[in-house]
Ligand binder design. Sequence first.
Ligand code: ADP
Ligand code: MG
Length: 212
Amino acid sequence: MVTQSQIVEWLKVFACVIEHHKEDLTELDAAIGDADHGINMDRGFRKVRSILPSCANKDISDTLKTVSMTLISNVGGASGPLYGTWFLRASSATVDKEELTEEDMLKLLQAGLDGVIERGKAQLGDKTMIDVLSPAVDTFEQALSQGLGTLPALRQAVTAAEQGLKNTIPMLAKRGRASYLGERSIGHQDPGGTSAYYMLRSLLEVVESPGR
Ligand code: ADP
Ligand code: MG
């Protein structure tokens, strides 16, 4: 079971990871975009971190919704509305849940992915965060169908996400600013895919050590 306090902890860990990798994310975006992905994400998640204490009395769904609203109003670029949508759908998928079972977690991850696809219209292979989020959801679902619980399923999902991220390197970008580069986008890792990988890895980190 994933609890409300683990969700808050996850958001805190993710915000710290983003802060730590701000320059790297911006460097990745400098290669195929406009060099602001680290700045955008850090701006948003710094704000998220500052409002987390006010989420202590909220339930999981309301917490995720607050994160969504914070991102939408503080982050520009493509990533603000896309991550905002991910968290909004995650919120809708967890209404009235006190804790999240592995099935609830699958619904959360699937809803977030579906939201990003609807909003951004990217497909698998377009060199976006979808190339990380989608294999993670598929792998998580497969793991559950094999009878695994949240932690081992999440471990497999994060491994799939990492592979998905590496797979973005040889891809030609078909969405977002990187698509303006055409062939020149080949050979670079997708910045939004990188932050999406950090998001899932942070979740795993918190679920792995609940007493942290
Ligand atoms: P911007 O491109 O507006 O400068 P960011 O640099 O913050 O925004 O984010 C860029 C990242 O957003 C990309 O690396 C990619 O992963 C993601 N992205 C861009 N467009 C889309 C889309 N249509 N669908 C999904 N993800 C997208
Ligand atoms: Mg950018």
